[in-house]
Design a binder for this molecule. Structure first.
Ligand SMILES: Nc1ncnc2c1ncn2[C@@H]1O[C@H](COP(=O)(O)OP(=O)(O)OP(=O)(O)O)[C@@H](O)[C@H]1O
Ligand SMILES: [Mg+2]
Length: 257
């Protein structure tokens, strides 16, 4: 049975999609079978893997709103061990359409459960909001991986984020856990970045990964080439960091006695 993990922070632009694309690619390259699901209407995870969302026959919107079998929406990426279920522009309207649907909070959960046994890990990239798409994601997953950007307002919104996780735990998904916190876009030249690392570590205690993702221009370039960083520039600092993060992730997941 695969583990299902949401990459979530309702704050925009903190590195959710970059972490989703690159961590999943590194984990897959280490031999794990991975599926990535893009429930963000922006579709950045979909394009980050070089897939044009307009070219997809079926996508996650069809699965959640039209009851298309999720297996029909799985596409192979050109990268080792990674399948993808893509986003659609139509997802922007799904927040409203879901309101009228029975079991509106658990549409994604039912679908994902039917493919769990095909993968070691399934990662869900969330939109920067607390709407029904995000609630569906938090209901469907085993754990939440939270990227936090090393900037001044890093912890702003974190209490709201944790409240949302608690609410979902109480009502829809009692076993939901925090997988870990990833510090992203670290700039070692600034005291601010260093300060934020301390603050976040204090706040989340043992949940913060030792590996910190640096600000690295190659990470920002890779999506426009439709490639995860380990394929775009294997030797970049960004690739090294996500490779280390994948190692740490798998170690904590699998090797702890
Ligand atoms: N470590 C990094 N170094 C340099 N640029 C980065 C890094 N991480 C992310 N970026 C860039 O910052 C921007 C925001 O990152 P990303 O899209 O991953 O955030 P997000 O949380 O998914 O955003 P949204 O909330 O809009 O979905 C993107 O342009 C991305 O390329
Ligand atoms: Mg994103």
């Amino acid at each position: 049975m695969g583990k299902v993990i949401a990459i979530f922070n309702q704050k925009g632009g903190v590195g959710k999609t970059t972490t989703n694309v690159n961590l999943s690619a590194c984990i897959a390259s280490k031999g794990k079978k991975v599926c990535v699901i893009d429930i963000d209407p922006q579709g950045n995870t979909t394009s980050g893997f070089g897939i044009d969302k307009a070219s997809l026959e079926y996508n996650i919107y069809d699965v959640m709103i039209e009851d298309t079998d999720i297996k029909e929406a799985i596409v192979k990426t050109e990268f080792e061990n990674i399948d993808l279920i893509g986003s659609s522009n139509a997802l922007a309207g799904a927040e409203i359409e879901l309101v009228a649907i029975k079991d509106r909070e658990t549409k994604l959960k039912k679908a994902i459960n039917s493919i769990r046994n095909q993968y070691d890990y399934i990662f869900v990239d969330c939109p920067p909001s607390l709407g029904l798409l995000t609630i569906n994601s938090l209901s469907a997953v085993d754990s939440v991986l939270i990227p936090i950007q090393c900037e001044y307002y890093a912890l702003e919104g974190v209490s709201q984020l944790m409240n949302t996780i608690q609410l979902v735990k109480k009502s829809l998904n009692p076993d939901l856990e925090v997988q870990g916190v990833v510090l992203s876009m670290f700039d070692g030249r600034t005291n601010l970045s260093i300060q934020v690392v301390d603050e976040v570590k204090n706040h989340f205690k043992g949940k913060v990964y030792t590996t910190i993702i640096p600000r690295n221009v190659r990470l920002a370039e890779a999506p426009s080439h439709g490639q995860p960083i380990i394929y775009y520039d294997r030797k970049s600092k960004g690739a090294e960091a996500y490779w280390d993060l994948a190692e740490e992730f798998i170690y904590l997941e699998e090797d702890v006695i």
